[in-house]
Design a protein around this ligand. Structure first.
Ligand code: ZN
Length: 324
């Protein structure tokens, strides 16, 4: 059977929700007959005392309606008066709904959160878990789960690229697609930056970007890499001149060592699987007390000011580098 909302039951609902419920019900109407004939039970999500059957990718799940009420979409749909049982096709005595376009793996993640939340929250978070949770929680408006997924994603791909760490490198290309699919554009600068610091000829994760990203996003990535390379070359060519930074004066004694220091720190390392991770390199230079201690007091000020200036400008410029 299919949860087909009668007209009267929809009258009091907001227009947006009405449309979504109607769409969902219409899809389920067509598909559940097919489900009853050819879909197979998914044993670990078949609760004998459940009161609704979901058909996802031709697998049947028998779950509890009350558990689905964490979703605004399901809550609205289940609130609507249903046709009498004699008018419906039922599976194992329960109404059935086919969820068209959803991946079973995504829903298995979500039911892990719904039925065993403490175990779910205690285990290691993989990208597949994050993407499944975000896709379903966005589509079906499960606010608490979406908030959890967004928080986890932002810890990997923070709004400020200065907070990006090594865990941003795996799955950065997939995260770009996910961000666009699930309305999470704030992670995009870090995702693109994470790809741009990986060398594609090495076997690093970013080397698969061309089969993951759309042509438009691949263009953003290339444009960003070029802009970052330009920024790096400008510094290496003339390390002590920084237009707009007025506190970078250097004495004749410290200047040659400062020039050499910048060039050594920012020189590409052919053996490294990464290109120069400029934002992180600048942060490490700020904390390099061993080198700072070799400068005279005037040059310490100029040196640190120049690093901070470049660091701040780069952080602000990175979204634009990737045409975001
Ligand atoms: Zn000096």
């Amino acid at each position: 059977m299919d949860i087909v909302p009668p007209e009267n039951g929809l009258d009091d609902m907001p227009l947006l929700k009405r449309r979504r419920v109607s769409d969902c019900a219409a899809r389920s109407c067509e598909a559940s007959r097919f489900a009853s004939s050819s879909s197979a039970i998914l044993k670990h999500l078949w609760f004998p005392e459940g009161d609704i059957v979901l058909d996802i990718e031709q697998r049947l799940l028998k779950v509890h309606r009350k558990r689905l009420r964490c979703s605004v979409i399901f809550s609205d749909m289940l609130h609507i008066p249903q046709p009498s049982p004699s008018e419906t096709d039922r599976i194992d005595g329960c109404p059935s709904v086919t969820l068209v376009g959803d991946a079973l793996a995504d829903w298995e993640v979500v039911f892990g959160w719904i039925y065993q939340k403490s175990d779910f929250l205690a285990k290691a978070v993989t990208f597949d878990i994050l993407s499944g949770a975000l896709r379903i929680s966005t589509k079906y408006e499960i606010a608490e789960l979406r908030q959890w997924a967004v928080t986890e994603l932002l810890s990997r791909w923070p709004v400020d690229v200065a907070n990006m760490r090594l865990n941003a490198l795996p799955h950065a290309a997939e995260a770009i697609n996910l961000a666009q699919e699930c309305a999470l554009p704030e992670i995009l600068p870090s995702c693109f930056y994470a790809l741009s610091v990986q060398k594609f000829h090495c076997s690093a994760d970013g080397g698969r970007s061309h089969i993951v990203l759309s042509p438009n996003d691949l263009r953003r990535l290339i444009a960003g890499r070029e802009a970052l390379q330009d920024a790096l070359v400008r510094v290496v060519i003339d390390p002590l001149t920084e237009p707009g930074c007025y506190n970078n004066a250097s004495c004749g004694t410290c200047a040659p060592r400062r020039v050499e220091y910048w060039r050594t720190r920012l020189a590409p390392d052919p053996k490294s699987p990464w290109s120069t991770w400029l934002v992180r390199e600048l942060e490490q230079m700020l904390r390099d007390d061993a080198f700072v201690g070799t400068l005279c007091s005037d040059c310490v000020h100029g040196h640190l000011s120049t690093i901070r200036w470049r660091h701040g400008r780069l952080r602000g410029a990175i979204p634009g580098f990737f045409l975001l």
